[in-house]
Design a protein around this ligand. Structure first.
Ligand code: ACO
Length: 322
């Protein structure tokens, strides 16, 4: 079974926050952030919301794909920073964009979310249930950040990316994916965002923010990402050299460089935009795909590996033809 991304779109907040601006809030410097992460600036939502950016990215992807919203069978929004618990963000997008025949639900697999949504769509396509889907990764991580914690606040940004996906039997390669989770190591990256207390509860109703053991996450990523890419290559009977692009979740430039080195592939095949957007979690891969597509760098027939990794822990990779 083959599957194709037929359109992409993205939406970013207008407000740019530079490393120098952050150095006025916490004890950090432009030099430290650039050297350790590759990040120069990020976009931070001031008026934008997870839903508003998801809707904007979705509209652009549908326009790019030249697909009528009524043709969409399924809408999935991947996020860990929804505006509301109910209704879910995918229903909000479905209503706003006019995908009136589509089922819609939200899923949270943190920074692997877009990839896991793509895999879910593939499963529906394989069963013959749906033919056209709209997938969105959207985040306003800035509202979950502890802006006094220099080890995490410099890393993240807000934004949304979307893709319209269709069954396609012309592609040379079938869609191949692997996806994994390790809940036992979940405590290395956490974010409690819902109320815990009720009037009978003995639990305090403290609102918590994102917390991360950066070094553990770094070690996990540089080990697991090459490993799962290797699994996909083996299933496809391809070598890393035969792949045109490696679209990795944009968490840290050093992680991307390390993966390229371990796979023995030139870094130029690993698109990077973490420098100007920071880590946008589930939105990072579709924003990157949109940027590379709109600037004409992805050519028809190019073969790409996508790889996501993040909280959960969750990670995975997929092979897809353009
Ligand atoms: N500015 C200046 N100094 C800092 C900052 C900062 N922003 N943050 C930490 N430091 C200090 C630390 O306090 C420490 O000081 P000390 O030696 O006096 O104790 C020193 O810098 C080194 O800290 P480390 O944590 O060892 O720095 P490291 O080189 O590991 O880099 C980083 C930290 C950038 C967080 C790195 O570990 C990393 O990128 N990890 C992966 C993070 C990631 O990718 N997370 C997201 C993936 S999952 C998802 O996307 C949701």
């Amino acid at each position: 079974m083959r599957m194709k991304i037929v359109g992409t779109g993205s939406a970013l907040p207008k407000r740019i926050v530079t490393n120098d601006e952050l150095s006025q809030i916490v004890d950090t410097s432009d030099e430290w952030i650039r050297e350790r992460t590759g990040i120069v600036q990020r976009r931070i939502a001031t008026q934008e919301t997870t839903t508003s950016m998801a809707v904007e990215a979705a509209r652009k992807a549908l326009e790019d794909a030249k697909v009528d919203p009524e043709q969409i069978d399924l809408v999935i929004v991947s996020t860990f920073t929804p505006d509301r618990s109910l209704p879910n963000t995918a229903c909000a997008v479905q209503g706003a964009v006019g995908c009136r025949h589509a089922a819609a639900f939200e899923m949270n697999a943190a920074c692997s979310g877009f990839l896991f949504a793509l895999n879910t769509v593939y499963a529906y396509f394989s069963l013959g249930v749906y033919k056209t889907a709209l997938i969105i990764g959207a985040e306003t991580i800035s509202k979950m950040i502890d802006w006094t914690d220099r080890s995490s606040c410099v890393l993240f940004g807000d934004g949304a990316g979307a893709a319209v996906v269709q069954m396609d039997n012309e592609s040379e390669n079938p869609y191949i994916f692997v996806q994994h989770a390790d809940g036992e190591k979940g405590n290395v990256l956490t974010c409690d965002c819902h109320r815990k207390a009720n009037m009978w509860s003995e639990t305090s109703d403290q609102r918590e923010t994102l917390w991360m053991d950066g070094q553990e996450v770094f070690r996990f990523a540089v080990r697991k990402v090459p490993e799962c890419i290797g699994e996909v290559l083996e299933k496809a009977n391809l070598s890393a050299k035969e792949v045109d692009w490696f679209f990795l979740h944009q968490a840290n430039k050093r992680i991307i460089q390390s993966v390229a080195k371990r796979l023995n592939v030139e870094e130029s095949k690993f698109p990077v935009n973490v420098d100007h957007y920071g880590n946008t979690s589930a939105a990072s891969i579709p924003i990157l795909l949109d940027e590379w597509k709109k600037t004409g760098r992805i050519k028809e027939g190019d073969r790409a590996i996508l790889s996501g990794f993040g909280a959960g822990l969750t990670w995975g990779a997929a092979l897809i033809d353009f």
